[in-house]
Design a protein around this ligand. Structure first.
Ligand code: SF4
Length: 296
């Protein structure tokens, strides 16, 4: 049985879980390749125009492997934190993809709740049944996958740089080098260290979020707002770069909230879509770094 795993969206956060699960079921895993111009072009061809860049790229990953596998994983991720939700595009992702891309193979689309072992096991049972009838094997694969995910530590925390910036944005914008045009590498080459939200304790994020008049509904909004407010308020970095998808509703709200909170702390937003040119991004990064160097 060949199971296709697209390297898009929250693959960057949860690939240890998915890979281990399907490996333990003895499935052959077909990965899409890293994001590239060809994958983006395929995504733009199939996806609705109004969607954000990461959703278009996800469509491209699916299109690139759909004919090579028996079953495709389209993760319908519903929740990653208790009492919060993630972008609605994740909940409706299977419908978007299946109705946009012709000749799809069988798909795994059961809802995924990373907030509860019981609910997550429900997903595992449903997904596992499509590959084997052996319930014990599914249970073991699930337990091993949970353990693999627990051991996984993501995030960036550079050391030994004179100047440092907080890099904010959704994981698929931060960890996909094609999407962000190798932003971290470029910053490092300019002598700038990077820290991401995974290296700020949850309790600090909670403290910041409590100061808002309303608790954020979206986990992405909570994390980014709490991270940037904490790190700017305590001057833990010299500036902030926020990499944001054009047409992302969550980003547009969070950016305004952050600006309001951090006041004149150095802050640059890089908006990206499929038309963004690398030369323009490079110029903006260099100008921002120049400004940080002059003010230190
Ligand atoms: S959170 Fe924003 S960038 Fe992410 S999928 Fe939703 S609209 Fe797109």
């Amino acid at each position: 049985m060949k199971v296709g795993i697209p390297k898009g969206l929250l693959y960057y956060k949860y690939y240890p879980f998915f890979i281990k699960f399907f490996e333990e079921l003895d499935a052959e895993i077909i990965y899409s390749s890293d994001t590239s111009k060809d994958i983006l072009n395929e995504g733009v061809k199939y996806c609705v125009d109004e969607a954000c860049l990461p959703i278009k790229i996800f469509h491209g990953h699916i299109a690139s492997i759909k004919d090579k596998c028996d079953i495709l994983l389209i993760p319908r991720i519903m929740q990653i934190r208790e009492a919060e939700f993630i972008c609605p595009k994740f909940c409706g992702l299977p419908e978007m993809v299946i109705n946009s891309i012709p000749n799809m193979p069988q798909t795994i689309t059961a809802p995924i709740y990373f907030t509860s072992m019981k609910k997550l096991y429900q997903w595992a049972k449903e997904a596992g049944r499509m590959i084997t009838k052996d319930k014990r094997k599914i249970e073991k694969a699930f337990n091993d996958a949970v353990e693999e995910q627990r051991k996984f530590k993501d995030g960036i925390k550079d050391e030994n740089f004179k100047l440092n910036i907080a890099l904010a944005g959704h994981p698929y914008n931060i960890y996909d080098d094609f999407t962000n045009m190798s932003l971290v590498k470029k910053l490092n080459e300019l002598g700038i260290g990077v820290i991401t939200e995974e290296y700020v304790e949850d309790e600090y994020i909670d403290t910041e979020v409590k100061s808002l008049y309303k608790k954020p509904f979206w986990t992405f909004a909570r994390n980014t707002y709490g991270f940037l407010s904490h790190i700017a308020k305590n001057k833990k970095v010299d500036g902030i770069i926020y990499i944001s998808s054009f047409a992302c509703g969550i980003d547009s709200v969070v950016i305004e909230l952050v600006k309001d909170r951090i006041e004149d702390f150095p802050f640059m937003v890089l908006k990206i879509d499929e038309h963004t040119g690398e030369a323009g991004i490079d110029t903006r990064i260099e100008a921002f770094v120049d400004m940080l160097e002059r003010s230190c």
